[in-house]
Write a protein that binds this ligand. Sequence first.
Ligand SMILES: NC(=O)c1ccc[n+]([C@@H]2O[C@H](COP(=O)([O-])OP(=O)(O)OC[C@H]3O[C@@H](n4cnc5c(N)ncnc54)[C@H](O)[C@@H]3O)[C@@H](O)[C@H]2O)c1
Length: 455
Amino acid sequence: MNSLATALLEKIHTRQGRAGVVGLGYVGLPLAVEFARAGLTTVGIDVDARKVDEVNAGHSYIPDVPTADVARLRQAGRLSATTDFSVVRDLDTVNICVPTPLRKTKDPDMSYIVSAAEQIAKHLHPGLLVVLESTTYPGTTAELLQPMFEASGLKAGKDFFLAFSPERVDPANDKFNTRNTPKVVGGTTGDCSAVAAALYGTAIDTIVPVSSTQVAEMVKLLENTFRAVNIGLVNELALMCDRMGIDVWEVVNAAKTKPFGFMPFYPGPGLGGHCIPIDPFYLSWKAKQAGFEARFIELAGHVNAGMPHYVADKVGEALNTHRKPVNGSSILVLGISYKRDIDDIRESPALDVMHVLHQRGARIAYADPHVPSLRARDWPGGCELTSVDLTRDSLASFDCVVVVTDHRAFDWTMVADAATLIVDTRNAIGATAGPHVFRLGAPQQKSPEPESAAA
Ligand SMILES: NC(=O)c1ccc[n+]([C@@H]2O[C@H](COP(=O)([O-])OP(=O)(O)OC[C@H]3O[C@@H](n4cnc5c(N)ncnc54)[C@H](O)[C@@H]3O)[C@@H](O)[C@H]2O)c1
């Protein structure tokens, strides 16, 4: 191990090191808080001055991070934030947690990583460890970041240290958080891996070293592609069950009693969030450059992207039983965040369902206790909306209620009782509520025979 690596290890172990986290979002803020809690003096760097001000005021804007923790660490002088990248000069480590979206063409948008790396490169100094955490295609650290940093004349593994470590945060997960979720780490060299593992070892219980940055990058894409493909498979099964009059929910629930070799995935209105709909396309894009066609990824993407349209069709089918057209009907979407109990609407399938129904002439409203308002620019239908208060009266006033996100805060008994017509994409209401509930991938419960017909 070279002397710069030994010195950095010593600083990390004695908590004399100063850690930086670039990008204080859903991933970066929890990480910065964990480093600070572990005893490292930590600085968050973000281009968004509002987030910086919030942290410096001792406030958290991320639901999984308690404000009390931010306030306590601020007071102890262990956590601060800035928009000024020149602090990198005084840091020993920097973790990059900036967004990695897709362009409209489904190609990776690397502009955030490039912009953050350009800023860091200006202040790169001997002994600095830089770790990329943003989800990205295999090769990003070695092919994009390393040359940008080495343009300074410093060499990775010798003068500064470089690694990739994928983030695995799962918002609103009661059991797994930043600390107790194992962390995969791959460095450019053995010394890079060792110092990066030591940094994470201060704040995270289990470190999983791998042999290279490329392996670490691929691990994350395997994890998310695994989910995208299995969700695609079960969504296809739901479409099949719908056609065949079989209850897909009952099928999955029975299949999951198999104690080995099966893992349940559930159908739904489509993929959402910053990861699962996006990350597999980082992999297929890179695979294409190597002349390889990633067929599972493309197929799953195709099935999953069709789900919001299927939900809209189901709404049309449900309204038809009440002799109403979609055009002009009032529709209440229940839950618009991309998954249960969170406030994040990025890539949420609810927005696509709303868009398709809006295009077909429906009057759209939504209720979501985690998302009090929706800006016109946040959904393709393009008008400002505020969350409807959920009462028996408000539920009864809509022609159809569509369950898109099954937040625990919703009172499903009230929804089932008060709404006149329901399309349930999450099996939140269950099979027995009555013939006014249309479940995704399940046969319709029959209305009781009218007396005259039964006689
Ligand atoms: N949110 C999740 O559940 C999750 C889970 C695993 C991995 N990831 C990955 O982690 C990365 C970050 O995701 P996120 O959800 O935290 O995003 P986010 O949008 O919540 O946060 C990103 C932050 O980076 C800041 N930023 C943008 N450009 C910057 C720049 N040049 N310099 C400094 N700050 C900049 C933004 O202002 C924002 O505060 C992405 O690659 C994502 O795919 C996210």
